[in-house]
Design a protein around this ligand. Structure first.
Ligand SMILES: [Zn+2]
Length: 111
């Protein structure tokens, strides 16, 4: 018995100062990590941009704001915008009962 391979031990990962996640999935083009958020605390603004479809969003930040906060704000804003927009999508026919017709205009004048 000569050499025996030691169980490969995973080298401990170099400790790097991982910044918080700043790349997210785009709501619009659905590319993974195509959305980046830059928080500029000096200016007090954050800029979100999708490098694939060029969606942009800007918001104010404070010292506690993290990129993910901007991202969720963007989701909310996009969501709200979608609700505001005229419904283009086909109605999910859940209740397709006929509109209660207003009183028929049949003039039934007896007498
Ligand atoms: Zn996109």
């Amino acid at each position: 018995m000569g050499k025996r391979k030691k169980a490969a031990k995973k080298p401990s990962q170099p400790r790097r100062r991982a910044p918080l996640d700043t790349a997210f999935t785009c709501l619009f083009c659905h590319h993974d990590k195509s959305v980046t958020v830059r928080v500029d605390r000096k200016e007090g603004i954050a800029q979100l941009v999708c490098r694939v479809c060029d969606q942009r969003y800007q918001s104010k930040v404070n010292h506690l704001t993290e990129p993910v906060d901007i991202y969720s704000e963007w989701i909310d804003a996009a969501d709200a915008a979608q609700h505001d927009a005229p419904a283009v999508r086909p109605a999910a026919a859940s209740s397709s009962r006929p509109v209660a017709a207003a009183a028929s205009d049949d003039d039934s004048d007896d007498d």
